[in-house]
Design a protein around this ligand. Structure first.
Ligand code: NAD
Length: 260
């Protein structure tokens, strides 16, 4: 069903975004990758995905904290592929600090990349989806879109905001072929989480393995990480015809985190 359509996945040079991009390419979607990284490595990744799945793969290095760059990325994708049929808002950053010591510049960056960028990408891509009466908007929120953790005020605020935005957009598109939903992952072992494991190991004088087990034990009853492949499978389902009436939902995939 998504064969030949275009999926723009923000923050897809690593982690969850890359896992979702791979799953959508396996379903036959062409891709626009986005995110930071070494130019040579990204070009290799682009070529490898194109060869593995037989789809067209472009790359746009737009900085998701910059509204004008987001708009240009969407326009360029539309020029080359006709429309952004599938928009996966995945790029995100984390900063951990008590609220009264939270660096103002980090607050602004987390809100810009994790929340405002989602608004800008949707705002720019939606008109063409409406024109074609088909579209899928998938926002990667978090278990932290539903519950909080200490010292993550900006991230928790942004992810709760993403779920609100998801519902508003779902209502505005309810009578069209465009759907808007969110995915709320628990811990996934990506560079974003590895940084937190390393910080924890140092702080508590633990080995990386001990820090990993402690991190999971605190929040995730399954004691297993969610994988990027599992999240890719969920994104693939949300793009399918079977999901046409899934609208404004927040799908948890969190090893039981928010069941507690
Ligand atoms: P990651 O650090 O592996 O990947 C983040 C991606 O975003 C990278 O491609 C990076 O280059 C890109 N990025 C960061 N800042 C950017 C910017 N300003 N402009 C463009 N691209 C930018 O992280 P991840 O763990 O894969 O996280 C992806 C998403 O999933 C984030 O929104 C994160 O909040 C969310 N999430 C992650 C977890 C987890 O446990 N890893 C859990 C819940 C939600």
């Amino acid at each position: 069903m998504i064969k030949g359509k275009l999926a723009l996945v923000t923050g897809s040079t690593s982690g969850i975004g890359l896992g979702i991009a791979r799953a959508l390419a396996a379903d036959g979607a062409n891709l626009v990758l986005n995110g930071f990284g070494d130019a040579g490595e990204i070009d290799k990744l682009r070529a490898a995905l194109a060869a593995e799945f037989g789809v067209e793969v472009a790359y746009d290095g737009a900085d998701m904290s910059k509204p004008a760059a987001i708009e240009q990325m969407v326009r360029d994708a539309e020029k080359r592929f006709g429309a952004v049929d599938i928009l996966v808002n995945n790029a995100g950053i984390q900063h951990v600090a008590p609220v009264d010591k939270f660096p103002v510049e980090r607050w602004d960056a987390v809100i810009a990349i994790n929340l405002s960028a989602v608004f800008h990408a949707i705002r720019c891509a939606l008109p063409k989806m409406r024109e074609r009466n088909w579209g899928r908007i998938i926002n990667i929120a978090s278990a932290h879109g539903l519950v909080a953790s200490a010292e993550k005020s900006a991230y928790v605020a942004a992810k709760h905001g993403v779920l609100g935005l998801t519902k508003a957009v779902a209502l505005e598109t309810a009578r069209t072929g465009v759907t808007c939903n969110a995915i709320c992952p628990g811990w996934v072992l990506t560079p974003l989480v590895q940084k937190q494991i390393d910080a924890r190991a140092e702080q508590h004088k633990q080995s990386p393995q001990e820090a990993k087990v402690a991190l999971l034990g605190e929040k995730q009853p399954s004691l297993e990480f969610v994988t990027t492949e599992q999240l890719g499978a969920l994104a693939s389902f949300l793009c399918s015809e079977g999901a046409a009436q899934v609208r404004g939902s927040a799908y948890s995939m969190d090893g039981g985190w928010t069941a507690q």
